[in-house]
Ligand binder design. Sequence first.
Ligand code: 13P
Ligand code: SF4
Length: 297
Amino acid sequence: METEIRALKTLKNATVMAHNYQPMEIQALADVVGDSLELAAKAKATGADLIVICGVRFMAETAKILNPDRKVIIPVEDAGCPLADFLTPDLIRAAKERHPDAAVVVYVNSTAEVKAIADITCTSANAVRVVASLPNDTILFGPDANLAAYVQRELPGKTIIPVPPGGHCYVHAGFTLADVEAARRRGDMIVCHPECPPEIQEQADLVASTSGMVRSAAGTDRSWSIFTEREMAARLRVLYPGRVFYEKPEAVCADMKKTSVADLRRALDREEHEIVLPREVMDRARRSIERMIAVGA
Ligand code: 13P
Ligand code: SF4
């Protein structure tokens, strides 16, 4: 199947992009592996006719918004992100009525319709920089309340209002102080994603996006306990052979694990499932994403 996939990629001038949480056998077949910001930026730069996003739907939508005239497909149609489902355009409009002077910053883990009414998007890699770049004192930030709390801690001069107040990712919300204690007993460095709850962030030695973890791992020899989706530890073991990275076995994003090698082969062969979005939604969402890309990582 791997040989067929490589042949189909050449035949169709396709590029395969995989998120860091994808199964390792999918990462091994991808042309690009990265976090959501890297996938967005590289999707924009690619010269491929067919863009295959192995990840969850919001990532494929982002690639489509940045490449409206190219074919973007996702191998598994219902691979979604429960965090993205927390935020709707109506919730943003209602919050905007209460805080008319606030800027609206939405995490890329959101639907295209939500991005279309945001002032700017952000990822976990650049959330602090994006919010700091805005002149507004008050920021409506959604859908992840834990990432909002992280930005608030880093930028105490701003007022960050989470929309909705309890938006969260169930994978990251599953980490507890008992996990912190176990990591400390092993003598590990505690490395957490900013989607983890604030009490975990406060205990962490490093709070970083998945690409931040890849970069920072180069600067130390210590064993790490990874407080994010467990595939991240497998990716770091591939990138840094001989180093010790512990994952939490239960920290699994079910939607990220839906993509199989057979799904990827079928997707390339049949060129499905295509992402189709209304042109005006894409045009407005693109403005928010391009403002973010201009701010940088
Ligand atoms: P990154 O932006 O760090 O890749 O995270 C995306 C995500 O879905 C985290 O759960
Ligand atoms: Fe969404 Fe959480 Fe899965 Fe990331 S890990 S895609 S935030 S459900």
